[in-house]
Design a protein around this ligand. Structure first.
Ligand code: NDP
Length: 458
């Protein structure tokens, strides 16, 4: 006979299955979005069993449907005079606790499903920071690789010509993501300013320091990821000191994760881009990587031009076969699968934290958890970037600028608090040590309660 507890659990399971089935039916082909929703629902099961009000108020049905999706044409002309047409997106997912906030991604793989998965995750992440920001995300299937500076500028201006109608400092505040760094934010901001007039500093974050950007924003995601790992390690009386670390990617998040891990005494031996990875047993020379990626927009194999003893291995799946103590996937979604996770565990990895969004497949996460690996999920571990973006918004509103030390201190405190909240929520709902569930639950509770308080969920 079914016990009362299991009967209640079964009701919630049936409800979640029904909502999830509707997500599949209404959003065909959006596999990354399905994946993000499914894993989050799994974490939330005990929350719904304990608090039936969320089911009664239909919170889940509303949470999985963006408040608004904007899709638009982005025509632009290349240096040879040829016209190209890309597709632009902005998903304004949830504004319960604040204006929509989330980055813009320029990458050929961008489609509505990718932007929705990122926007959905952003709701929980932003809530976890403790700051008043809702969830959104955007981007385009434009491929910036190999494009001249003039082409990038023309594309950004065309993209902003339409996006400007939908964003604003109190409404929706985009930032960077893959393919959108300080250069692109500069062009986007410059064009918004021409279209709207005045000096609307608060409309974008990740701006240059000279025109309203925050010190420490560039470093925030990578540093934050390392601070999160530091918290996990502290709890088991360990640290970064003398650990061997592998970081995938060599973009904004990867570079500053490497920098902070090195500062904490780790030996970072590998990083990558989409063509392959470099292995330098003496430790990655970060100044060289910065010169290649931040200054020259080059390829990671150019590292060998000045470091002939390092190795370049084409393709990036095998980066996870390198033995390491700590692995930080900081490139893109689903870059670390079950096989890679099993290899990492076999090689004795102690901690894994996601600098990128959803870089580990569901199978990989399961393998880390079964292998008792400390695992920091993206929603918590990479929340430092958006947290400092929110600090940039505060500074813009106050028309002042904090020092790098002040910002870093606040970032550190936010990452400690995210870790504590995720840990406590996990313990309270029977998932001790599971920061995936803890982050989902802590992020969810605040948003769901506010949705109900605002009457949105009636
Ligand atoms: P960048 O564009 O600066 O760097 C991305 C890096 O990942 C590059 O090295 C890139 O290589 C590599 N990469 C991208 N796509 C692929 C792919 N399909 N296969 C292999 N490698 C790939 O982006 P960010 O560092 O800003 O973003 C990295 C991740 O972090 C993303 O998941 C993003 O959503 C997440 N994130 C970023 C935040 C931020 O503040 N920037 C905040 C929170 C999360 P290549 O140059 O060859 O394309």
């Amino acid at each position: 006979m079914m016990t009362l507890a299991s009967k209640e659990e079964q009701i919630v399971r049936d409800y979640m299955d029904e909502v999830y089935q509707a997500v599949l039916d209404r959003n065909p082909g959006e596999t990354e979005f399905h994946q993000a929703v499914k894993t989050t629902f799994e974490s939330l099961l005990p929350v719904f069993v304990k608090n039936p009000v969320y089911m009664e108020k239909g919170v889940l049905e509303q949470l999985v449907e963006p408040e608004r999706i904007i899709t638009f044409r982005v025509p632009w002309v290349d240096d040879a005079g040829k016209v190209h047409v890309n597709r632009g997106f902005r998903v304004q997912f949830n504004s319960a606790i604040g204006p929509y906030k989330g980055g813009l991604r320029f990458h050929p793989s961008v489609n509505v499903g990718i932007v929705k998965f990122l926007g959905f995750e952003q709701i929980f992440k932003n809530s976890l920071t403790g700051l008043p920001i809702g969830g959104g995300k955007g981007g385009s299937d434009f491929d910036p690789k190999g494009r001249s500076d003039d082409e990038i500028r023309r594309f950004c201006q065309s993209f902003m010509t339409e996006l400007a109608n939908h964003i604003g400092p109190d409404k929706d505040i985009p930032a960077g993501d893959i393919g959108v760094g300080p250069r692109e934010i500069g062009y986007l901001f410059g064009h918004y300013k021409r279209l709207k007039g005045g000096f609307p500093a608060g409309v974008l974050t990740g701006k240059g320091i000279e025109y309203g950007g925050s010190l420490g924003r560039k470093e925030a995601t990578g540093y934050g990821t390392v601070y999160f790992v530091q918290e996990m390690l502290k709890d088991v009386q360990d640290s970064f000191k003398d650990k061997t670390v592998i970081v995938s990617g060599s973009g904004n998040v990867a570079i500053y994760a490497i920098e902070k891990a090195q500062e904490f005494g780790a030996n970072v031996v590998a990083c990558s881009d989409s063509s392959g990875f470099i292995y330098d047993e003496n430790g990655i020379d970060l100044d060289t990587v910065k010169q290649i990626k931040e200054v020259n927009y080059g390829r990671i194999h150019e590292y060998l031009d000045t470091h002939p003893n390092a190795e370049f291995i084409e393709g990036n799946e095998n980066i996870w076969t390198l033995p390491c103590d700590i692995a930080l996937p900081c490139a893109t979604q689903n870059e670390l699968d079950g096989e890679a996770a099993a290899t990492l565990v076999k090689n004795g990895v102690k901690a894994v934290a996601e600098g990128a969004n959803m870089p580990s497949t569901e199978e990989a996460i399961q393998i880390f958890q079964d292998g008792n690996v400390l695992f920091g999920p993206a929603k918590a571990a990479n929340a430092g970037g958006v947290a400092v973006s929110a600090l940039e918004m505060s500074q813009n509103s106050m028309r002042l600028a904090w020092t790098a030390e002040e910002v870093d201190e606040k970032l550190h405190a936010i990452m400690e608090s995210i870790y504590k909240n995720a840990k406590e929520a996990a313990t309270e709902y029977g998932y001790e040590g599971n920061f995936v569930a803890g982050a989902d639950i802590a992020g969810f509770l605040k948003v769901a309660n506010v949705m109900i308080a605002q009457g949105i969920a009636d």
